[in-house]
Design a protein around this ligand. Structure first.
Ligand SMILES: Nc1ncnc2c1ncn2[C@@H]1O[C@H](COP(=O)(O)OP(=O)(O)OP(=O)(O)O)[C@@H](O)[C@H]1O
Length: 273
């Protein structure tokens, strides 16, 4: 079961500033995301991953080219497209109870309170959180708060979920749990996931495809198909030789990009960018 429609980025360019101060971040960037696909986007810091995600969400308009959804150019936020960001602390409203935070997007649609509450509880249950609806976000752990942010992304019943480095601020165990949650939600709800991450292992673990960004201005450097099946497991999938091959390929590309940008680079301790 897949839902939603194709997202297409066609020859997109984004330039910040003007004249001598112009900074051409994205240039001629083209990619397509199929309904129900999980696509992970990696690239060096400052490559423009967040900028690209903002264009995909309709929150930013490209300077050149088009982003379209279901064959229509995006001119603003679309009700089919939900966004989950890294900064759950900034995105959850501390004075609202958890269920109200989750149901917040539905208020603007005129959904009645009782219905909002029911939907919020459903979404909280689907991210493994029950009996926390009446708490406040600050009464929950970081991992739980990020689950609440994901539940809010689901509240709209949007078939497309855009996630910007969503698990960057949680501990390692919560991160694994949230990765598995993302895989499960995608499988059960048939949603499309586009996820930006600095963690190459995470990109390979979660993606049907990994898109590597790079160049000046940034374009698509490589697209890897991750043929690791849909049933993935933190231990056995990561131990597969194919997994190691893919992460090595992505890492070497990103390291190449980094060393092109800065001649002196300290050796990273872990495979993240
Ligand atoms: N609103 C803005 N105005 C001016 N420059 C911006 C703006 N947003 C981003 N930039 C610049 O565009 C470049 C790309 O930023 P962006 O946040 O998209 O990169 P990123 O790949 O997501 O980075 P990181 O991996 O470090 O989060 C950076 O040089 C950044 O300083």
């Amino acid at each position: 079961m897949t839902r939603g429609a194709e997202l297409v980025v066609d020859n997109v360019g984004v330039t910040y500033g003007q004249g001598a101060a112009a900074h051409h971040v994205l240039g001629g960037l083209t990619l397509k995301v199929e309904p129900g696909e999980s696509v992970c986007i990696v690239g060096p810091s400052g490559a423009g991953k967040t900028t690209l995600l903002r264009c995909l969400s309709g929150l930013s308009k490209p300077t050149a080219g088009t982003v379209s959804y279901a064959g229509q150019a995006l001119t603003g936020p679309h009700s089919d497209i939900a966004v989950v960001s890294q900064d759950y602390r900034g995105s959850l409203l501390p004075w609202m109870r958890v269920w109200d935070n989750v149901a917040f997007p539905l208020q603007g649609r005129g959904v009645k309170r009782a219905q909002r509450r029911r939907r919020a509880e459903e979404c909280l249950a689907s991210v493994g959180l029950r009996d926390v609806g009446d708490k406040y976000p600050w009464q929950l752990s970081g991992g739980m708060q990020q689950r609440v942010a994901i539940a809010r992304g689901l509240a709209y019943d949007a078939p497309v979920l855009l996630m910007d480095e969503p698990f960057g601020s949680v501990d390692a165990q919560s991160r694994f749990d949230l990765e598995d949650l993302t895989l499960r939600l995608r499988r059960e709800l048939g949603i499309t996931v586009v996820l930006v991450t600095h963690d190459i292992d995470e990109a390979v673990y979660l993606g049907d495809r990994v898109i590597v960004l790079g160049g000046r201005p940034t374009g698509v450097l490589d697209t890897l198909t991750v043929a690791l099946g849909t049933d993935r497991d933190q231990l056995s999938t990561r131990a597969e030789p194919r997994f190691a091959e893919l992460r090595t390929r992505v890492l070497s590309q990103i390291r190449g990009e980094d060393s092109a940008a800065t001649p002196v680079v300290a050796a990273p301790h872990k495979e993240s960018v």
